[in-house]
Each structure stands twice: as C-alpha cells, then as structure tokens.
Design a protein around this ligand. Sequence first.
Ligand SMILES: NC(=O)c1ccc[n+]([C@@H]2O[C@H](COP(=O)([O-])OP(=O)(O)OC[C@H]3O[C@@H](n4cnc5c(N)ncnc54)[C@H](OP(=O)(O)O)[C@@H]3O)[C@@H](O)[C@H]2O)c1
Length: 280
Amino acid sequence: MALMRKVPLPGGGAMPAYGLGTWRMGESKREREAEVTALRLGLDLGFTLIDTAEMYGDGGAEEIVGTAIKGRRDGLFIVSKVLPGNASRTGTLRACERSLKRLGIDCLDLYLLHWPGAHPLDETVDAFETLVRDGKIKRWGVSNFDTGEMEALMRLGAGKTCATNQVLYNLNRRGIEFDLIPWSRKRGLPIMAYSPVDQGRLLGHAALVGIAKKLQASPAQVALAWLLRQDGMVVIPKATKPDHVRDNAAAATLALPREIVAELDRALPPPKSRKPLEML
Ligand SMILES: NC(=O)c1ccc[n+]([C@@H]2O[C@H](COP(=O)([O-])OP(=O)(O)OC[C@H]3O[C@@H](n4cnc5c(N)ncnc54)[C@H](OP(=O)(O)O)[C@@H]3O)[C@@H](O)[C@H]2O)c1
C-alpha cells in the first residue's frame, strides 16, 4: 500500500511515496488548530512524510508542522525548502537554522531549493553539502527545475548528490512526461509531484468524475492513485478538511485497471511535444 511504500533515492536510502502538503497553512491564526489537527490526523492514518517551506505562511506552516509532530518525530520524513532569495552560501545556512527552530527538530530529512534563483547554484549546493556534513539535513534536492536546469546542476561536481526534483505534476499538467520524467528515471532520480489535484481545479473534470463514479471512488482519489502508480513518484496532496485527509489516505489502496488508465489518457492526454516546465 502506497502509504507504506518507499521510493529509492539515488544516493542510497529511500523516501516515502506519499505525504502531506502544507502550502496555505500557517497563514491565519483562526485556521491554526484545524491545520494542526489535519496533519495529526494524516500521521494517525499512516502518512510519514510532510512537505513544507520557509515561504509558506512566512514560516507559519513550519510552526504548524512543528506543533503537529511534537513528541512523534521518530519515523517521519520532514521536507522543507529555502527561498531562492536566501540561497546564498551563508543565507542557506541561516535559513536552515530558522526552519529547524520553527519545526522544533535538529535535522531535516530533505532540504530543497524552492526554485532556481539569482544566487549561483554552486554556492547553494556547497551550503547544502555543509549542512549535510554538519548533521543539519540528511540530504538535499531542488524544486521547479526543468531539464536544462537539471543538466546544469549535474555538471556541478556535487550536483550528482541531488535527491529529488519537486515539480508541478497532475492529470491536468502532464508536460513533464515528455522529457523531464524520462530524464529523471534514467538517473534514478525521484520526482515529487506537487499540486497533485491541481489545487482542486481537476476535481470537476467530467471524465474524471465519471471514472470516479465507476470505481466508487472520489475524483481526488483517482487523480492521486494515477500518480501513485508511477515508479519513482512521490505525491504530496494538501488537505485541511478531515474528510479530505481521510479520502486521500484511502487513495493509497485504489488500484487503477489498465483500461481506466487508457480512458484517462484519452480524456487528459499526455504531451506530444516538449513544453516548458509549468510552475504555481
Ligand atoms: N515546490 C513548489 O513550488 C510547490 C508548489 C505548490 C505546492 N507545493 C507542495 O505541494 C503540496 C500540494 O500542492 P497544493 O497545495 O498546491 O495543491 P493540491 O494538493 O493539489 O490541492 C490542495 C487543495 O485541494 C483540496 N483537496 C485536497 N484533497 C482533497 C480531496 N480528497 N477532495 C477534494 N478536495 C481536496 C484542498 O482542500 P482543503 O485544504 O480545504 O482540505 C486544497 O484546497 C503543497 O501543499 C506544498 O506542500 C510545492
């Protein structure tokens, strides 16, 4: 079952294939309790990965995560991200310290550069390697990197230790199937698929709704199961409503028959040519 399943990492070890997103959390005091409750419910249901970032709620989402994981950090895989504007050699080290403090932990399982920015990439990578040596992060990766940017990263000496690339990917946004996914698979590099239900936009799609009915599942579950069936794919839906968290947890056991996958391909087809990486 995908809640327990792990995806192998290029440098050895593995990461959970399914996790909890946190964008839009930590933005309002009124929502705080509901957000902590949603994350704790996710952990109770068996999720072990939480994806967050210093950007979300200006550090507020990391604080929500910190509260939710208090006393139960063991066995969890915590991911955070440094903003490109902070990703200089010393800025990255400082940003990581701030994230660890907000999260209330000593070490991140994975630390990502949120998107390519103006600071030279080799400086960010040097800082990541320093953080690994200092025991502040277990491994590092990138986010919103298109194929050309991944190639530039690989040309850096330490670039090859990159653990993942977190990008926009769902049934509505299949552009990366043309070259970024094949490129990554060839190198054993997992993709983390963000906005897996396209922030809700996907869920009213007539074909998806019809297929979900046929399978006695929800449209979100079909969209998530479609991603979870792919090798080397890590999927991180965000949900605050308890019913959504439960719905998403149950998607881990939904198998999609081959003819359903073909029906989805007809309704929401894969790309026929290269498209620049989309980003939200
Ligand atoms: N690296 C990046 O640049 C980047 C960019 C975007 C996102 N991310 C990460 O990826 C995570 C997921 O992406 P996202 O938050 O953009 O979008 P998403 O997970 O595709 O969609 C979240 C929205 O879908 C709703 N939802 C979730 N499960 C549902 C279900 N079973 N049925 C109906 N509605 C459901 C949520 O509602 P409720 O919250 O009301 O339950 C929320 O409004 C983020 O939270 C973040 O951790 C990373």
